[in-house]
Write a protein that binds this ligand. Structure first.
Ligand code: S3P
Length: 424
């Protein structure tokens, strides 16, 4: 599997803030991560590609980011936008963020609110959207912020702003989300502590204005990219697939828990640590899946994997019920309505509810596919819709056509070649 997208963004940002030379291997070279690399270059860091996934970064030091000379084009990437807004918020610089049609619809108010409390001045377009300009505060004001939505991007934006803020910045997380920022900040030598309460609430405290030390980082493979191949192997009769280098951080591994509960055969081999994260190779075999009710508490640990899960559910025996997924409506697309429409077009039985989908599976019978409908699936600039529906096509009579595969390059440029290689 190619490098983890979340970890790749953070690796570039933190290397660019450490004084001196860092090396990254296994970096995901998708468009989203390249947008982060370009932004860090525009703010003074040297970010160079040495070879396949091998990168060299010379950082400027916390507090020394330079004023970018042009708007920062974030493309399709919400992670780049929200995390970089955090970095800019506590530096004495001003940056304008722009993005594509999908990103320009996504809510930024969730980061504008805490960063404004830290004294950044932020002017956004209507509804708290891009284009948006952040004028950083110097010094910024440390805050204690309780996350109103379970969002690793909001948590990370506040922590990254806290790096150049005097005093202690505190984030309280009632529901745990991916913890790559905390792990990596600690690895770079930041003074950071995480306290877990009896009810599972996590309190993260970061001491500001301490330097970061350059690192050599190995980026583990992305479980969110592996998800498409895991589901493909489960639903295509006769499959047995070894997927190497899959990150298994518990804050990311919810899909595997749910697929196993559906009867999926997923074995872990060769468990190891890569870049401070648990990793294994997976052996996935075709399985007779059964529908389940998905515990909404698992949602944050599989938030990007629901499109793939919906495809598995469409092929399972019986009904799969998901709920508590309001956040899916503000991803690269509204993933509840877009997946409901896409799967229905391909012949699945799907009911869209306010906060989830209910899917009545075929019991292993292939889906009809899209050809007879005479139109392709509409992917709405969402890479994960395109990849999920490509996988659905493998378990369909007529095949599934998607209208636009270009967004796949944002997170998984090798996807089509890999899928093609497997199905020949
Ligand atoms: C991410 C956090 C999640 C996820 C996104 C990557 C991150 O977003 O959907 O793909 O790297 O922090 P939210 O913070 O909006 O849940």
């Amino acid at each position: 599997m190619p490098g983890d997208k979340s970890i790749s963004h953070r690796a570039i940002m933190l290397c660019a803030l450490a004084v001196g030379e860092s090396r990254i291997s296994g970096l995901l070279e998708g468009e989203d991560v390249l947008a982060t690399a370009a932004a860090m270059r525009a703010m003074g860091a040297t970010v160079e590609r040495l070879g396949d996934g091998e990168w060299r970064v010379c950082g400027v030091g916390v507090g020394s980011l330079l004023q970018p000379q042009a708007p920062l084009d974030m493309g399709n990437s919400g992670t780049s936008t929200r995390l970089l807004m955090g970095l800019v918020a506590s530096h004495p610089i001003e940056a304008t963020f722009t993005g594509d049609a999908s990103l320009s619809k996504r809510p930024m108010g969730r980061v504008v609110e805490p960063l404004s409390k830290m004294s950044a001045a932020i002017e956004s377009s209507d509804g708290g959207r891009l284009p948006l300009t952040v004028r950083g505060a110097s010094p910024a004001v440390p805050i204690t912020y309780r996350l109103p939505v379970a969002s690793a991007q909001v948590k990370s934006a506040v922590l990254l702003a806290g790096l150049n803020t005097p005093g202690i910045t505190t984030v309280i997380e009632p529901v745990p989300t991916r913890d790559h920022s905390e792990r990596m900040l600690a690895g770079f030598g930041a003074e950071l502590s995480v306290e877990v309460g009896t009810d599972g609430t996590r309190t993260i405290r970061l001491v500001g204005e301490t330097g970061l030390k350059p690192q050599e980082i190995d980026v583990p493979g992305d479980p969110s990219s592996a998800a498409f191949f895991i589901v493909a192997a489960l639903i295509v009769p006769g499959s047995e697939l070894v997927i190497e280098n899959v990150g298994l951080n518990p804050t990311r591994a919810g899909l595997i828990t749910v697929l196993r509960a559906m009867g999926g055969s997923i074995e872990e081999l060769n468990p190891r640590q890569v870049g401070g994260e648990p990793v294994a190779d997976l052996v996935v075999r075709h399985s007779a899946l059964k529908g389940v009710e998905v515990d909404p508490a698992l949602a944050p640990s599989m938030i990007d994997e629901f499109p793939a899960l919906f495809v598995a559910a469409a092929l399972a025996q019986g009904r799969t019920v998901t709920s508590g997924l309001d956040e899916l409506r503000v991803k690269e697309s509204d993933r509840l309505s877009v997946m409901a429409a896409a799967l229905t077009l391909a012949g699945a039985r799907v009911e869209e509810r306010e906060d989830g989908l209910v899917i009545e599976g075929t019991g292993g019978e292939p889906l009809e596919g899209t050809r007879s409908s005479g139109r392709p699936v509409a992917t709405h600039l969402d890479h994960r819709i395109a990849m999920s529906m490509a996988v659905a096509g493998l378990a369909s009579r007529q095949g599934v056509e998607v209208d636009d595969t270009r967004p796949i390059a944002t997170s998984f440029p090798a996807f089509e070649a890999m899928l093609d290689g497997l199905t020949r």
